[in-house]
Structures are given as C-alpha cells and as structure tokens.
Design a protein around this ligand. Sequence first.
Ligand code: NAD
Ligand code: UFG
Length: 363
Amino acid sequence: MPTIFLTGGSGYIGTHTCLTLLNAGFNVIVLDSNINSKKRALKKVLEIYKLSSFNFKNQLFFVEGDIRNENLINEIFEKAKNKKMPINAVLHLAGLKSVRESINNPLEYWDVNVGGSIKLFRCMIKHNCHTIVFSSSATIYGIQEIEDSIKEDGSINPINPYGENKVTIEKILKNIFDGSKENWRIANLRYFNPIGAHSSGLIGEEPRGIPNNIFPYICEVGSGRIDKLQIFGRDWPTRDGTCIRDYIHVMDLAEAHKSALDYLNKKDSEFINLNIGTGIGTSVLELVKTFIKVNECNLNYEFAERREGDSYHLVANNELALQTLNWKPQKNLEDMCRDGWQWQKFNKEFLENTSSINLQKLI
Ligand code: NAD
Ligand code: UFG
C-alpha cells in the first residue's frame, strides 16, 4: 500500500484526513510539532480506526517535530525507505493559520509557513518524491465584492500575511513544476470554511484560547463557556444582512484529499488549483438558527459592528473539483452542526481521558 507523508496530521483537518487515509488502506506518517494540537488527537484517530481494522497499529507512524527541521524530514524519508514503505506522496497541512496572529507576528508566519514549506520541498526533490497535495485557502481571494461564486481563476488578492503565505507557497510549487526536469503532480486545495467533526465525537477542532472562527465560537457559547456570540454586521447587502460563507463538513474535506491523491496518481504530470467547498452559501444567521434547531440548544447572540477585512459573500464555484476529482460533498449544514456539537459535548466530558493506545514511532 502507498505511504503518505502527512504534515500537520495531529491538527483539526489533519486528524480527519488521517482517518480517511487509514480507512482507504494507506500507510500514513504524520509529522507534527503539536504547537496547535494535542498529542492525544491521533490516538483518538486510532481508537476510531481500530473498530474497522485488526492491523490498526501498523499503518500509522508519528514523528513529533518541526517542519523547519530539514534534517528530520530527510531522516523521515530515509527511515520510510529502510522500512520498505517509501513515501509516495506528501499531504502538506502543517502550518500556522490565525489571520490575526499573522498580522501581529508576520516573521513567524513567513518562517513556518513559507520557510518550512521550502525545506519540505527540498527534501521531496532529494528523495525523488514528486507528488503533493497542499492546503491552500479561500483566503487568497481576499475581499470579494461579487455575489457570484468564485472560480479558481478569480482574482487573487490576499489581504493579510497568512493569505500572502498561501499564495507564495502556491507560486513556489508552480515554479518547481515549471522548472523541474522531473514530472511533478501537484494539487493546491483551496479550502473554504471547514466546520463540524467526525460523527463519533472523538475528534474535532480544538482551538487554543478563545476561538476566532464562527463555528468553534458557536460551540463554546452553546456549551456555556462563552456568554454570547457577536454577529459581525447586520447591514451587509445579503438576504438577511449577515455575511455569507461556504461551510463544508470536515469529513467531506478529508475525502477531497484522498480523491486528489487518487487523481494525481493517474496523471503523469499535473498542476491544478481546486476550490474545495460545497458551492452553497449560508449566512451567519442561517448557521446560528440551524445549530439551535438541530441541537435543540440555546444560543445567546447579539449583532455587532462589521468586522474589518470581511467579505460579505465568499462561496466556492466547485465545478472543477466535482469534475476532476471523483468527489462530491455528502454532508449538509445540519450534519455539520450536529457532528460539531457531538464533538463539543464529548470533548468537554472526556477532555482528560487518555487513551491506552500508543502511537508507533518512526524515529
Ligand atoms: P490546525 O492548527 O488544527 O493544524 C495544523 C497543524 O500543524 C497543527 O497540528 C500544528 O501543531 C501543526 N504545526 C504548526 N506549525 C508547525 C511546525 N512548524 N512544524 C510542524 N507542525 C506544525 O489547523 P487546520 O485547521 O487543521 O489547518 C490545516 C491546514 O489547512 C493549515 O495549513 C491551514 O492553513 C489550512 N487551512 C485551514 C482552514 C481552516 O479554516 N481550518 C482553511 C483554509 C486552509
Ligand atoms: N463571525 C461572526 N462572529 C464571530 C466570528 C465570525 O459573526 O465571532 C462571522 C464573520 O464575520 C464571517 C463569518 O462569521 O462573516 C465567518 O467567519 P470566520 O472567522 O469563521 O471565517 P472566515 O471566512 O472569515 O475565515 C476563515 C479562516 C480563514 C480562511 C477562510 C476561508 O479564518 O483563514 O475561513 O477558508 F482562509
């Protein structure tokens, strides 16, 4: 079975993607510094996976370390080769992702996101691994003043260092693709707004401190840890005055990674940018109301000023992804709200619950 090197595999999207890869039979090597994740997250992945596999421990390897440590990445490629499971492809998710933090600490963001990616790509070249799926973001489209859904060839106009990091990494990958004598296979997945969690409630998003993004914030308000949600703006030119986003279930996003790998594996050479969203716009008020209805809970909210730097309408045109990948989002907004809440309840109750499963070390 092919071996996938999954950077950032302990994080929110990484854990769900890891589970999807294991279920598809891949061997997975995770590298994560755990700067924004908990060590137990991957153990929970194995807890879910062991229900469907006897061999559950031998497919996943974990390395704790920094993406900027080039020696370590080289060692991972070498160890994998020695174990007769050479790395066939990379899924590159590791990075820092807070827009606000990227404005306050741009050097750290350029160093980790761009510097770390360059080191990873250098190691890939050295070890003849030329297939990569990269976690890009809809943030690269910047502030949109249009109400149409966005296509991949829409204007790229990042408005913060985090967005500029993502555009730069996409450009570096294009330079590698154009300039290399080897055939590279590269897919930049531009995620829209991933929310929700695995339906078991065992893995999900665990932001540090007070969340910035709407969905984890709603969960915190729902569970009473935060008093009230502020809805930023009620006078936007939308159907109910609140901003519209394209929310996608994190398990559908995880599946898109597997589909992207399958797609690239069938190609000799490819460079492709793909919007990963549902193509469905949901307003903040619609999200809040769906959450309340599905979970039969209370949610205090009030309207506040518009948030600086917000687009009022950010929805994916996902036609290219639908046509190219053998993929289609399966879950609706109610599933996202239900599964996200399930995780919040489990997470809250069993926060300190440690797992008896030990992760296999590669190094
Ligand atoms: P996350 O923070 O949960 O996961 C990222 C993981 O990378 C974490 O486990 C973190 O510990 C790890 N990491 C950070 N710096 C590292 C370093 N120097 N070395 C090794 N590991 C490091 O975030 P996520 O939501 O799972 O996002 C995954 C990727 O998707 C990121 O690249 C992010 O920019 C991108 N993305 C996320 C969203 C979103 O809304 N969640 C949207 C678009 C793109
Ligand atoms: N919102 C509120 N109250 C809050 C938080 C958010 O009303 O407390 C609103 C925002 O104004 C926006 C919507 O909820 O209209 C979604 O906001 P998020 O912060 O959850 O998401 P964004 O679309 O602004 O940005 C997120 C990530 C980016 C990423 C982008 C697209 O923060 O990094 O999704 O993937 F690029």
